[in-house]
Design a protein around this ligand. Structure first.
Ligand code: SF4
Length: 152
């Protein structure tokens, strides 16, 4: 990959959003991995966040999914669904990460991340959550079936 031009990389990933920007980041990251990490992906959050385009969320995704190191990544779905379910009250990803990881044992962080994303994509939609057939409606403080007003 490090030998590909940015334009060549774009061809491989043009099905994903923001592919031009991502191709630039991948090219820069490949060079940095070769130059500073012997071609290996580092295993600490601090080192991962030095890579192009990698913030805390992506670093946590890599730590948990690639290396099995406990980490809880907060994307837009995790943030929204955690707040609606009352697992967190913070408004930033860092706040929600801190609250949810304080609630759950670290061996459940990766599963919880995937469950919350899946629920956000398939049930607890951003604009119109499908509360009427949600299996969590009975315990969800934001359920529209109870007349609660769901936040964004
Ligand atoms: S009851 Fe509604 S707001 Fe609560 S988790 Fe289910 S879909 Fe989301």
């Amino acid at each position: 990959m490090a030998r590909l031009t940015t334009e060549e990389l774009e061809e491989y990933i043009k099905g994903v959003g923001l592919f031009r920007n991502k191709a630039k980041h991948i090219a820069a990251t490949c060079q940095l991995l070769l130059r500073e990490h012997g071609g290996e992906v580092p295993r600490t959050r601090e080192e991962l966040m030095q890579l192009a385009g990698v913030g805390r969320k992506t670093a946590n995704v890599v730590l948990a999914n690639a290396f099995g190191i406990p980490a809880f990544a907060v994307d837009t779905h995790v943030l929204r669904v955690s707040r609606r379910l009352g697992l967190a009250s913070g408004i930033t990803p860092d706040q929600v990460e801190a609250e949810v990881t304080a609630l759950l044992p670290e061996e459940q962080w990766l599963d919880a991340h995937h469950w919350l994303i899946w629920h956000g994509r398939r049930q607890c939609y951003a604009r119109r959550p499908s509360c009427s057939d949600c299996p969590l409606a009975a315990i969800c403080p934001s359920s529209l079936t109870k007349g609660a007003i769901s936040d964004a």
